[in-house]
Design a protein around this ligand. Structure first.
Ligand code: HPA
Length: 245
């Protein structure tokens, strides 16, 4: 069974044939919302809305540990994360779908490990390649089948939020090598690795990064909404083909 974590713009999967919902409890507290079990064109999936079904949980308050733990407990064998981002690299324009292959982590103060000491042996996961390559391929193949253009490979910068970046911060992110910027990619990816859950992401570019393109004078939320709505239809189209392999 595949898990899908939906971000901004994807709190529900309309194409999901929902069979049951389950409120999960974990040693780390409650996940963002009930897990929705169902079938996506015949494939068994479990869906979780990262920010809650009413979109009320900001990125720095998401209980990433509970979310990942609950999905593992529910029997997920892999995770596809859907998350919106700001675009930095010139080809990462609003509306583009991106399957990132690297991460820069600027978040702080988040519960970012299951290996928290407390009497257990210290463990360090390998995170050289933070996304699972097989899962990335599955997404890329599904996109090809769906006829949707996706960008294969990008460096995802995870910022703390919830505010957007300053123009100078986006410039610095670019100098650091970042191609897109979002607020939820970490610690989610690292926690999935700790639980040995293959994890990859589809990033939806919602806007130019602050100070760039049409965001030169500011990020315009109305257009962000519009871009996300349209792009999520294409994401759903890709997700629908994930299972057929
Ligand atoms: N910055 C950070 N996170 C985001 C952005 C952005 O510009 N757009 C969507 N998520």
């Amino acid at each position: 069974m595949l898990a899908i974590i939906g971000g901004s713009g994807l709190t529900r999967l309309s194409t999901l044939e929902a069979l049951r919902r389950e409120v999960a409890r974990t040693p780390y507290g409650e996940p963002s919302g009930a897990l929705t079990f169902g079938r996506l064109f015949g494939c068994e999936v479990v869906f979780l809305a990262r920010h809650g079904y009413g979109h009320t949980i900001p990125p720095h308050r998401v209980n990433y540990r509970a979310n990942l733990w609950a999905l593992k407990e529910a029997g997920a064998k892999g995770i596809v994360s859907v998350a919106s981002v700001g675009g930095i690299r010139p080809d990462c324009v609003p509306g583009a779908l991106v399957v990132p292959d690297q991460i820069l982590d600027y978040t702080w103060g988040r519960s970012n490990t299951f290996f928290d000491g407390l009497g257990a042996l210290v463990r360090h996961i390998d995170f050289t390649h933070p996304y699972d390559e097989m899962m990335r391929r599955r997404i890329l193949d599904a996109a090809r089948e769906a006829g949707e253009d996706v960008i294969d490979g990008a460096v995802y910068a995870a910022t703390q939020g919830p505010r957007l970046e300053t123009a100078a911060e986006v410039d610095r992110l670019e100098r650091d090598g970042a191609d897109v910027v979002g607020m939820t990619g970490m610690p989610e990816a690292a926690l999935a690795r700790e639980l040995e859950l293959p994890y990859a992401a589809i990033n939806v570019v919602a806007n130019y990064g602050a100070g760039r393109g049409t965001s030169a004078q500011g990020v315009h939320f109305e257009s962000v909404e519009q871009v996300l709505q349209e792009a999520m239809l294409r994401v759903r189209n890709v997700l629908a083909r994930l299972h057929q392999q």
